[in-house]
Design a protein around this ligand. Structure first.
Ligand code: B4P
Length: 193
């Protein structure tokens, strides 16, 4: 089993690159952003709660997100591995993920951190906001999301760096260039299917 985290600020391309990684390496994709948006769209109690945070550019509480991940992992016992997209975003989430994987006698093998300058992040997210209809892709909320990332999420990279699992990858090139840099790192562990 091979488990990968795609890490980076909002708009760094985690979702975009996850789709490419999934089709090339046949990993099971788990995106907390997609899972939360699905709950919001279905207006479940979890979704109603999550929306309050997402609309303000804030992280959804850890216990909500960790519970979602746990059941998602259990749904795919035969997976070749998982790609975690947008998770973990706090130290508590990282520690919870380690415990969940340990219970399944596996671990995180690689964390790819996408490095993109702030100006480019804002440009991309405003561009997406023009067509996505996402309530968190407005200029005002984007500023808050990026602030929340540097305050709470970026420090999580130190956690993985301390375990020698972190690889920083330049993410400000085009989608194909960035994907090539990502595959260089994954290929050290896993061959494409
Ligand atoms: P997410 O859904 O994870 O989304 P994201 O950070 O906005 O985007 P991502 O980095 O995936 O960028 P993308 O590829 O789409 O989070 C949304 C919200 O959910 C959070 O703010 C939070 O409230 C909540 N949440 C999610 N997970 C959570 C957790 N674990 N804990 C607590 N709360 C959580 O790319 C963005 C745009 O850039 C797209 O338009 C794309 O086409 C473009 N793009 C991508 N790569 C490009 C490139 N190389 N060149 C040019 N454009 C590019």
């Amino acid at each position: 089993m091979f488990n990968l985290i795609l890490f980076g600020p909002p708009g760094s391309g985690k979702g975009t690159q996850s789709a490419n990684v999934v089709s090339t390496y046949q990993l099971q994709h788990i995106s907390t952003g997609d899972l939360l948006r699905d709950e919001v769209g279905r207006q479940t109690p979890l979704g109603v709660e999550a929306k309050r945070y997402m609309d303000q550019g804030l992280l959804v509480p850890d216990e909500v997100v960790i519970g979602m991940i746990s059941s998602k992992i259990d749904e795919s016992p035969e997976a070749r591995g998982f790609i975690f997209d947008g998770f973990p975003r706090t130290r508590a989430q990282a520690e919870a993920l380690d415990k969940l994987l340990e219970f399944k006698e596996t671990e995180i093998h690689l964390v790819i951190s996408l490095i993109v300058p702030e100006q480019e992040l804002t440009r991309r997210l405003i561009g997406r906001g023009a067509t996505s209809g996402r309530s968190d892709d407005t200029e005002e909320v984007i500023v808050k999301r990026i602030k929340e990332y540097y305050a709470k999420t970026e420090p999580v990279s130190d956690y993985y760096n301390a375990h020698s699992k972190l690889e920083r990858v330049k993410g400000d090139g085009n989608i194909e260039e960035t994907f090539r840099l990502i595959t260089k790192e994954i290929d050290k562990y896993l061959l494409p299917v």
